[in-house]
Ligand binder design. Structure first.
Ligand code: ADP
Length: 374
């Protein structure tokens, strides 16, 4: 009987999971998979260590608990002789307080609930997975790993908006996201580029959600996402940085807060500008001139933000690409690097991210099952 950890990433309609050995720092998951279409047409997929599909089926309309029960069913039936000993959750928001992963108890859960207004699109789903699991498996230890935590090393000046202090004091500040991805890259960089790891690196996490992080000696000093994951770069369906006056203008024209939220998170970015789609592969293959304009804007905004992050670092030793676009699209990397020529000499790396492994290692460490850092 071998002990395993379950890593969960619970979104609005999907539940992604990975199963890792609970002992040591084994890199490859024993299984991965997801339930998609929760609340509409749920579909379960289970993959083995090589990514091969082991099981795939639809199930009748089910909620989160049904999806979780299906995932938990794994270790009983499909993965054989294993024992689930802990669950690590990706939790989007840890606020100012949670600067490292933490084991979840009733007090922690209540504090994380208090952060829901700061991340209303993500936090409730992350926490509903926690609550469902506590009901189903009350003795199973659960650990929360935060997307914001890595950025808490930033100097105060980088975390502050130019608003009256009372707003900063109530939590309206630049938090930053994608922290588990950046932390993973920071953990890999010393073995790839010692100078950049101890010096000045900018990491571009370019996926559906996209952000960039300036790291000094492997610690975050600035990042493009701020109070919410809508800020910064142009993304698949999010607009990125926007003059706050635009929101006021649209509010006064009669748009509701809900409609604005939908606009900036789901209708904008590559999708909104191209009118073709949010998927970079689709845009690169398209002959529609609006698709080309959307890609131009995506690359242009990366270049502008790169300049800003390099200013925060006082120079650049390496630019690292990660995320679905950063890892797979040589065409986008080439364009970004060409635009960054003015920066002179710096190293360029592609490092595939692995947020799940980061969560697994944190979970092992928080529960005292591993002494070393990843
Ligand atoms: P998420 O933020 O949802 O985790 P991913 O990191 O998986 O997203 O990135 C998804 C994006 O990566 C999509 O825009 C997809 O088109 C893009 N992508 C994946 N492979 C390629 C490729 N070979 N060329 C260009 N874009 C790619």
């Amino acid at each position: 009987m071998s002990d395993v950890l379950l890593v969960l990433n619970a979104g609005s309609s999907s539940l992604k999971f990975s199963v890792f050995s609970a002992n040591g720092e084994v890199g490859t998951p024993l299984a991965t998979g997801q339930v998609e279409g929760i609340g509409t047409a749920p579909r379960f997929v289970l993959r083995g260590p090589g990514g091969e599909v082991r099981d795939e089926h639809s199930f009748p309309l089910g909620d989160y608990e049904y999806a979780l029960a299906t995932v938990l069913d794994l270790y009983g039936k499909r993965l054989g002789d294993i024992r689930l000993v802990a669950v690590g959750h990706r939790v989007v928001h840890g606020g100012v307080k949670f600067t490292t992963p933490v084991q979840i108890d009733a007090t922690v859960l209540a504090e994380l609930e208090g952060l829901v207004p700061l991340a209303p699109l993500h936090q409730p789903h992350n926490l509903s997975a926690v609550r469902s699991l506590s009901r189903m498996e009350p003795d199973l230890p659960q650990v929360a790993c935060f997307d914001t935590a890595f950025h808490r090393t930033q100097p105060e000046v980088a975390q502050r908006f130019g608003l009256p202090r009372r707003f900063t004091d109530e939590g309206i500040r630049r938090y930053g996201f994608h922290g588990l991805s950046y932390e993973y890259i920071a953990s890999m960089l010393p073995g790839i580029d010692a100078k950049a790891a101890s010096g000045r690196a900018v990491v571009a996490h370019l996926g559906n959600g996209a952000s960039m992080c300036a790291m000094l000696g492997g610690k975050s000093v600035a990042t493009t996402m701020s109070f919410t994951p809508a800020d910064g770069l142009v993304m698949g369906t999010r607009c990125g940085s926007l003059d706050p006056g635009v929101m006021l203008y649209l509010l006064r024209k009669g748009m509701t807060a809900d409609a604005l939220e939908h606009l900036i998170y789901h209708e904008s970015g590559l999708l909104g500008v191209s009118g073709v789609g949010s998927d970079m592969r689709e845009l690169l293959a398209s002959s529609n001139p609006h698709a080309a304009e959307a890609i131009d804007l995506f690359v242009y905004r990366i270049g502008r933000e790169l300049g800003s992050l390099v200013a925060a670092l006082g120079g650049l030793d390496a630019l690292v690409f990660t995320g679905g676009i950063g890892e797979n699209s040589a065409a986008i990397r080439e364009r970004v690097c060409r635009d960054a020529n003015w920066l002179g000499a710096f190293n360029i790396h592609v490092i595939p991210t692995n947020e799940e492994l980061m969560i697994a290692n944190h979970t092992r460490r928080v529960l005292g099952r591993s002494g070393s850092s990843p």
